[in-house]
Write a protein that binds this ligand. Structure first.
Ligand SMILES: C[S@@+](CC[C@H](N)C(=O)[O-])C[C@H]1O[C@@H](n2cnc3c(N)ncnc32)[C@H](O)[C@@H]1O
Length: 239
């Protein structure tokens, strides 16, 4: 679906992600610390296997997850609206094709991908029907969208989210669940963790994601901590 471009060729309805776009090097530390046992990846594979299939990573940001997907999928496409992140994603090893676009404006033909992942990107209901319709357009019959979201009910990360005014745009857990249920999604919870090698990295990531009045007290109450529990919710819709 075409659209009039915004700055840097970005789709006009794109909303810049301050964590990923302002500090890509700190967001890289966050991705590196995420889910060290691969429990989220295991759940994603169970919901919608991508070995030998064509996978779209929607809102791929700086492309952290692209090389892992290319190791298994027949073909990987990363779509990202932010012009500042596209070169970082394109520079990842593995040969994923990286294209500018958005959930609402995917530069792909009808029925051309088997699996779509959207990891902390665009799908923060309500207000996501345009993107869901566009994802359904590019999915082959029987293909699946899996959205990776924060669990706002379980884990230490959820407690930080509840205290943070910055998390308000992510919506209330009950309303998010209802939105996806109305659209026939399967819901899956995964309890995992953030595990950092260095305290300085944990501090930098907490200060990226949370305002000082939230990050500061948590760090003071957990001196020397290198990890925290982190709940995810996955939503899977099949075309
Ligand atoms: C928090 S970052 C996550 C990036 C990546 N998925 C990851 O996990 O490393 C959210 C991403 O969604 C992108 N984004 C913003 N608006 C979007 C839209 N309308 N459609 C698709 N992606 C969008 C942002 O530019 C950003 O790269």
């Amino acid at each position: 679906m075409s659209a009039a471009p915004g700055a840097g060729g970005a789709p006009p309805d794109f909303v810049r992600a301050p964590n990923q776009a302002d500090r890509p090097e700190v967001y890289e530390l966050e991705n590196t610390a995420m889910d060290p046992s691969g429990l989220v990846l295991d759940a994603l594979r169970e919901l919608a296997p991508w070995r030998g299939r064509r996978l779209l990573d929607l809102g791929c940001g700086a492309g952290y997850w692209l090389p892992g997907y290319t190791a298994e999928a027949a073909e990987v496409v990363g779509v990202e609206p932010d012009p500042s992140l596209l070169p970082l994603a394109a520079a990842r090893p593995g040969g994923a094709r990286v294209l500018q676009g958005s959930a609402e404006h995917l530069p792909l033909p009808d029925a051309s991908v088997d699996v779509v992942h959207a990891r902390f990107a665009y799908f923060f209901p309500p207000g996501c029907d345009a993107g869901l319709a566009e994802v359904r357009r590019v999915l082959r019959p029987g293909g699946s969208l899996v959205v990776v979201d924060n669990d706002h009910r379980a884990g230490e990360f959820a407690e930080l989210l509840a205290a943070s005014p910055w998390a308000a745009y992510q919506g209330a857990a009950g309303a998010t669940d209802a939105w996806w249920a109305q659209r026939g999604a399967v819901r899956r919870e995964v309890m995992s963790s953030w595990d950092f090698q260095r305290r300085a990295d944990l501090q930098a990531v907490l200060r990226l994601e949370f305002p000082p009045q939230v990050a500061g007290p948590w760090l003071a109450a957990h001196p020397g901590a290198l990890s925290l529990s982190y709940g995810y919710v996955l939503f899977c819709v099949t075309a």
